[in-house]
Design a protein around this ligand. Structure first.
Ligand SMILES: [Zn+2]
Length: 148
């Protein structure tokens, strides 16, 4: 699943975020037939946004879609989704969430499982490295983003 186009796009987005001096988390929303509906990265720094986490950016970039578009869809994200992004996945009835890693942060995974979502954690080394470096270099920015 590390080679899924959706996951590759999510990692590319995370790196883009890092290059922009932002929080290096990326995401991509992929339809059941494998089409990337939207992709994005955390825009907290770039847009001064409180809500544009990677998953929210991907949903936003997907635009206004009928409920049927989310049926069977997968949200790929480089880091375990926070409660807000988990809630958005539940709201739009995304079927599956594929997470790059959950060691640097573990979000609403229990809620996803309780709501019948498929959850896959890839434990991807590149994702872990990106986040670990960021948290080490900018702990105050990271704490701000997860409201600590
Ligand atoms: Zn989030």
């Amino acid at each position: 699943m590390d080679q899924d186009p959706g996951f590759i796009a999510a990692v590319e987005e995370a790196k883009k975020g890092a290059a922009e001096g932002g929080v290096p988390i990326g995401a991509a929303l992929v339809s059941k037939d494998g089409k990337i509906l939207g992709r994005g990265h955390n825009m907290r720094v770039q847009k001064g946004s409180a809500i544009l986490h990677a998953e929210m950016s991907a949903l936003e970039q997907s635009g206004r879609l009928p409920a049927s578009a989310y049926e069977g869809a997968t949200m790929y994200t480089t880091l375990s989704p926070c409660d807000m992004c988990t809630g958005a996945c539940v709201l739009y009835k995304v079927k599956r969430v594929v997470v790059g890693e959950n060691q640097n942060f573990q979000g609403g995974e229990e809620l996803l499982l309780n709501r019948g979502k498929e959850l896959v954690v890839l434990d991807n080394a590149e994702c872990k490295e990106l986040m670990a470096t960021f948290i080490k270099e900018k702990p105050e920015l990271w704490n701000e983003d997860i409201a600590v």
